[in-house]
Design a protein around this ligand. Structure first.
Ligand SMILES: Nc1ccn([C@@H]2O[C@H](COP(=O)(O)O)[C@@H](O)[C@H]2O)c(=O)n1
Ligand SMILES: C[C@@]1(CO)OP(=O)(O)OP(=O)(O)OC[C@H]1O
Length: 171
């Protein structure tokens, strides 16, 4: 590889998808929705071994990808009972710690999720503040519907995609 006077930044990518959990017969939400580090009162929750926060998981996976230190399953596999029910914020904060321990500083993380609900934009600033605090670096979040198409359009689940930028410190 070509030598550079300063280390070049490294990008990473992460994708995570969770299905909405089944509702009770009277339509009341049984599982709380945690998404982008926030609790969404009255919204149907996502299923998962953890809290199902696809936005936080995609962000964590993008960090691992950028640092080249494996992925979510490497560090928080479903075979590890200690991560059962873990919050997305906890996973993201631990991912950031692992990436820094591997010798990287985090530039930023950008996440977009695809889903009809929750209506995200009114709480964007709140979500970005919570996730940025967890990562110790700026995390931006955007949302889009899929125009009614596919599983997000049918309201079956949410998928999130993230990119991250890290740079080696003292390589
Ligand atoms: N769950 C969502 C989805 C979308 N938004 C906002 O609406 C805008 C338009 O959605 P498109 O599907 O036409 O891209 C989008 O840019 C978001 O600002 C949202 O808040 N919550
Ligand atoms: C986060 C973990 C671990 O609790 O579980 P899930 O909540 O199922 O999430 P997913 O993104 O499907 O996989 C990663 C798992 O390691």
């Amino acid at each position: 590889m070509q030598a550079h006077s300063a280390p070049l930044p490294r990008t990473g990518i992460g994708i995570d998808t969770h299905a909405f959990a089944p509702e009770s017969s009277d339509g009341a939400a049984q599982v709380p929705l945690w998404l982008a580090g926030l609790l969404w009162e009255g919204e149907r929750g996502l299923s998962g071994h953890s809290d199902g926060d696809a936005v936080a998981h995609a962000a964590a996976d993008a960090l691992f990808s950028a640092a080249g230190v494996g992925d979510l399953g490497t560090h928080f596999g479903t075979d590890r009972p200690e991560w059962k029910g873990a919050s997305g914020v906890r996973l993201l904060s631990e991912a950031a710690r692992i990436v820094r321990a591997a010798g990287f500083e985090i530039g930023n993380v950008a996440v977009q999720f695809v889903g009809n609900r929750p209506k995200f934009s009114p709480r964007r600033a709140e979500a970005e503040a919570v996730l940025s605090a967890a990562a110790g670096a700026p995390v931006s979040v955007s949302a889009t519907t899929s125009d009614g198409l596919g599983f997000p359009g049918r309201g079956e689940g949410i998928t999130a995609m993230a990119t991250a930028l890290v740079v080696a410190v003292n390589p």
